[in-house]
Design a protein around this ligand. Sequence first.
Ligand code: PLP
Length: 510
Amino acid sequence: MKYRQARWELGKNILEPTVFELGKIGEGGVIVAKPDNRIVEEVGALEEIFPRNLIRDHINLPGLTEPEVARHFNHLAQMNFGVDSGPYWLGSCTMKYTPKLVMRLASYRELRKLHPYAPEEVAQGILKILYELQKMLSIITGLTHFTLQPAAGAHGELVGALIIRKRFLDLGERRDEMIIPDSAHGSNFASAAMAGFKIVRIPPSDEGTIDLNALRAAINERTAGMMITNPNTLGIFESDILEVAEMLHENGSYLYYDGANLNAIMGWIRLSDMGVDLAHFNMHKTFSAPHGGGGPGAGAVGVNDELREYLPIPVIVREGNMYRLDYNLPKSIGKVRTFYGNVGVLVKAWAYLKLLGSEGVRISSGVAVLNANYARKKLMDMGFEVPYGKNRPCKHEFVLSLSNFRREYGIKALDFAKALIDRGYHPPTIYFPPIVHEAFMMEPTESDSLRDIDGYIDAMGEIKRLAKEKPSEILNAPQNAAITRIDEVLANRRLWLTWKIYKESEEGKS
Ligand SMILES: Cc1ncc(COP(=O)(O)O)c(C=O)c1O
């Protein structure tokens, strides 16, 4: 039987209506008692209290009964696809399962209700949790000092780039160039540019890794640093990482590590041993609590001793048995976030690490790597093309190129992705990294069982067969989802992000 996602009205393309379409003005809703006549007699009717010519005739709020509201939101929730719905191999995004215990701990009343301005003496519990999270991240990465303030991975990158900039301002050196490999995540380029750096791009080698000759040619006296992802966005480990670090350090430049996904090396390799000076880590990927649609996240930044003084203020310190927010860091880049970051996400990361312990940390990343290699091998055996690094193991993710399907049958990576939705699998990341044509970037994580992985691979095999035998079925997918094929171009061009804007534009047409 084919997977069928929740759908609430019979007929093609009919979706759950909005509350405005569902409700009837003046009906349903919570009943509030009408004014008591004795009060009205005493103080007069409301129409006499407000100026009559300003009083509105009606208010267009939708009226629904409580069961209608409950059902509506249930329907909407079931139209979503989340990590709890099925395999979600969204490469580079590490969509791993969040244990329910983690969710319970993070929703403790004492944590949820704590006021962000609570004085340090009454916030000792949360300060201790955050301090311990920093220590655990330090043990895992080898970087000595941390801030947990940045609100996302890209925000962490910006903090890292600002730290490097401040350091060179302090040293009185004019270093305004940042080297970034072509395969890097797009946010690296944007963050470095926002911090005022000129971007120097370097192309990958034929193997998809850093080309040492290209790097040598790019390094000069203006080089502030280099931003790298390792394993890179092709899922390949940069085995020349020590040479890379040495070349940069000899030139007085810093090695920045995009640790958005630490899932491949967590518990196996320390960043400090790779020569990394500073890095950010997405709490909302590697440490469970995956996010979508932009947040909320947390992009902790770790630095070595040399860069410690530049961290954003305040930093969390321990004095005896007390924890404190320390603002006394004269060289700090300043404050980067209100209060102390997205604390809810940080608590989930802390709980996740406590739950796993040292052994669990290693097992989770190890299983993620093995799962990715198994899936890649099976797909390669079926004839799928791996354009980079096919002769060596991948790490936590891998990238297929579906360009031959486009060439031979007119089936694009997008069509393949849509057909996976029909089979109950969240599509992988497509068209990234841009150095791969018709890219299909897959990351199974440790959350999936062998049965899940085999199911995903079978679905890929079925779509491959249909691409050749019955391409129309793939081109019209998804048919079994709450939302079928959408007009991607229109969706990007016309940002109807609210019902009101949509309604107005519809009315404008008629
Ligand atoms: C490699 C890499 N770097 C940076 C980021 C940015 O993280 P965020 O989306 O939290 O800003 C991502 C997120 O997709 C990523 O995969």
